[in-house]
Unconditional design. Structure first.
Lengths: 166, 290
């Protein structure tokens, strides 16, 4: 096999521009971890089933293992590291996860945090049923989901509280 | 779980795409929600990936008197949320909202799903039920393929090597008709074990004047069943539809797999078929009254 063709691309990840060089087959999930060195994004099943690698691409939750990095050129990406508060503390979803013990081993958590962050940006006040639906594409083998659903509702409450604050 | 090496090209025009597709074993990348996992599992190793995401003119969603026309880059999620498309053909939202999870629908395209032609996928079945068509461009020019001729086998559509599906059109259901989509899957967002789409036209007394269903998960391609010879005498929204259900089961030939036996799939077709027909009858009654 000849040497693989490499492609120079730029991505904005959590507000920071990255210029990286990747082969066409590099998955966005691997580029985020290996080239950008942001290891918060976890790689589970690598075929779009588990949801652990979910990131926000231009604000929308997507599976980073189902996107080639080269095809994401120019995109604005938010990973779990970018779901922080403006002052660098825990973001609303992260804080809610801590309060409700919504993680155990933590492997799936980055995918949940990004998925829920994206969801709450469009649905400020979900019901419990809607919260369950919102996380339907993410697998967790530890918690049984009950505490994660509670954390979705709590995160929405925290965000609404902040929006109402003067 | 990593794809094999390939050359990546990103044309900006349809002509450029067709040119790039001339290289042997080239494959179109739109949303990639089926293609990328297949490549990661090394079930496919195309030599060239032709990324159409920057091709101009493929992102449009138009609602006309005939129906809803979507370009090759319209994401499932955009179709789901489009109110004009819903008004023109409510079945589009009812079915596309059952495609995988929102995260997948944010990236995956509806036209891509048609071309992928998974026998358990919703949108190929909806195209068939609504007498839709797909516009395909190749070196020889543009051709329109009717839904009835589009799905050739499992994961095999009429889009040939070197061709690009640029849009799909879903016709409006006839006036006075209602629609419904019903499916059962083992887990939320999974492919359905069996899914049924129904289209029922009623008169002003709520009686069915014509009906057809489409089924997924019961054969190598979606199965369309015309039910005009088996309409119930009673109101469409409360009838048992027993003659229709017998026709449905006679028309399908499901296979057993790890998830369901043949008998169970037949039973699902029976139960979901009757439910979908009643729900479509109910939808039609609402529309006739409106």
């Amino acid at each position: 096999m000849n040497k693989e063709t490499m492609y120079d691309i730029t991505l904005t990840i959590n507000g920071v521009p990255y210029a990286i060089r990747v082969p066409g087959r590099r998955l966005l999930s691997d580029a985020i971890r290996q080239e950008a060195r942001l290891t918060g994004t976890h790689v589970g099943c690598e075929h779009g089933v588990c949801g652990a690698c979910t990131v926000l691409v231009d604000g929308q939750p997507m599976r980073s293992c189902l996107i080639f990095a080269v095809a994401a050129e120019g995109s604005d990406i938010t990973t779990v590291e970018g779901c922080l508060d403006a002052d660098g503390g825990l973001g609303p979803v992260q804080q809610a996860f801590r309060e409700h013990h919504a993680l155990q081993c933590g492997f799936c958590t980055p995918g949940f945090i990004t998925t829920i962050t994206g969801y709450l940006s469009e649905h400020a006040d979900p019901t419990e049923e809607e919260a369950r639906e919102a996380i339907g594409g993410n697998l967790c083998r530890c918690t049984g989901y009950r505490n994660i659903v509670a954390a979705v509702l709590r995160a929405a409450e925290i965000e609404r509280g902040r929006a109402d604050a003067p | 779980m990593k794809p094999a090496p390939f050359e990546y090209v990103r044309p900006e025009t349809v002509e450029g795409t067709v040119e790039a597709l001339a290289s042997p074993e080239a494959k179109v990348l739109a949303g990639g929600q089926s293609l990328v996992p297949i490549m990661s599992m090394r079930l496919a190793s195309p030599s060239t990936i032709v990324d159409i995401n920057r091709v101009s003119g493929l992102g449009g969603l138009q609602v006309t008197d005939d129906g809803v026309r979507i370009g090759a880059l319209v994401r499932h999620r955009a179709l789901e949320l489009d109110d004009r498309a819903y008004d023109a053909n409510p079945l589009l939202r009812r079915a596309v909202s059952q495609v995988a999870h929102p995260t997948i629908r944010n990236r995956g395209t509806t036209v891509g799903s048609l071309v992928h032609a998974d026998p358990a996928a919703e949108m190929p079945a909806v195209l068939l039920l609504c007498d839709g068509s797909v516009e395909v461009v190749g070196t020889g020019g543009t051709r329109t393929v009717e839904a009835a001729d589009f799905f050739l086998g499992p994961l095999e559509s009429a889009v040939g090597a070197g061709e690009l599906a640029v849009s799909a059109t879903f016709l409006r259901p006839p006036a006075g008709s209602g629609s419904a989509w019903m499916e059962l899957s083992r887990r939320h967002g999974d492919y359905a074990l069996v899914g049924v789409g129904a289209l029922v036209a009623t008169n002003d007394r709520g009686q069915a004047m014509s009906a057809r269903v489409v089924l997924i998960g019961v054969g190598p391609t979606p199965v369309l069943v015309e039910l005009d010879s088996a309409l119930p005498d009673r109101r469409a929204d409360t009838a048992a539809w027993s003659d229709a259900v017998d026709l449905i089961v006679a028309a399908i030939d499901p296979e057993a797999d790890i998830h369901a036996t043949v008998e169970y799939r037949n039973q699902l077709a029976r139960v979901l078929g009757a439910r979908a027909l009643r729900a479509a009858g109910c939808d039609a009654a609402t529309r006739v009254a409106a």
